[in-house]
Design a protein around this ligand. Structure first.
Ligand code: DC
Length: 219
């Protein structure tokens, strides 16, 4: 039976994962966060001190898999659950850098396509509508201004010890946008048939409602 595939792409911090989680829970779809897969690969490469020029040689040893527990994704390296420790600024930046390497993308591509063949999914990332699921039933490009994305991230982190400054967060976001949009393989860009949703002026609830509406109109 044909599965329903929804692709959501956009830059770091646009709210993709929070919104996709809300919408997938409402629609009963599985939510797949492909950024977590790139982060898990980056963690492996960092922990094993593998320089970028040797990645191609080692990528075959990286065993990334996903499990869904009550519909919530957990990401594994071998049998180790790394879902929480991949969320540091160091791994964010390492994932943005190493995801530009074609061998890294090739390693995750088949896994992502298989998940989409077997499940009704909302999958988010950078190249889902353009490369991974070019025939997705609905494609959304979710964005917000860099300043607003930095502002949201700053508020999220403000309670934590060692919270970076707003300026540091903004600088990281601008750097990651640049990396993600300017790499040669599968750069971040809006698919021609994607619907653009700019959340700069929207709350999370308004953004989720807008996306649910777009999906329901088309599926
Ligand atoms: O969505 P995220 O911030 O967790 O993603 C981390 C990095 O992984 C991001 O900077 C770029 C990369 N990525 C990618 O290249 N392609 C995807 N489909 C998802 C993420």
């Amino acid at each position: 039976m044909k599965t329903i595939n929804i692709a959501i792409d956009g830059p770091a911090g646009a709210g993709k994962s929070t919104i996709a989680k809300m919408v997938s829970a409402e629609m009963g779809y599985i939510y797949v966060d492909t950024g977590a897969m790139y982060r898990a690969v980056a963690l492996y490469l960092t922990e094993n001190n593998i320089p970028d020029e040797d990645i191609e040689k080692h990528i075959g040893n990286v065993d990334v898999s996903l499990k869904f527990i009550d519909g919530v994704q957990r990401v594994y390296l071998g049998d180790r659950d790394v879902s929480d420790i991949i969320r540091t600024p160091e791994i964010s930046m390492a994932a943005s850098r190493t995801s530009a390497i074609p061998a890294v993308r090739a390693r995750l591509f088949d896994l992502q396509q298989k998940l989409a063949r077997e499940n009704n999914i909302i999958m988010d990332g950078r190249d889902i509508g353009t490369v991974v699921l070019p025939n997705a039933d609905v494609k959304i490009f979710l964005t917000a201004s860099a300043e607003e994305r930095a502002n949201r991230r700053f508020k999220e982190l403000a309670e934590k010890p060692d919270c970076p400054s707003y300026e540091e967060i903004l600088k990281d976001i601008i750097q990651r946008d640049y990396n993600d949009m300017n790499r040669e393989t599968a750069p971040l860009k809006q698919a021609e048939d994607a619907v653009l949703v700019d959340t700069t002026e929207l709350t999370l609830e308004q953004s989720a409602a807008r996306i649910t509406e777009i999906i329901k109109e088309r599926v």
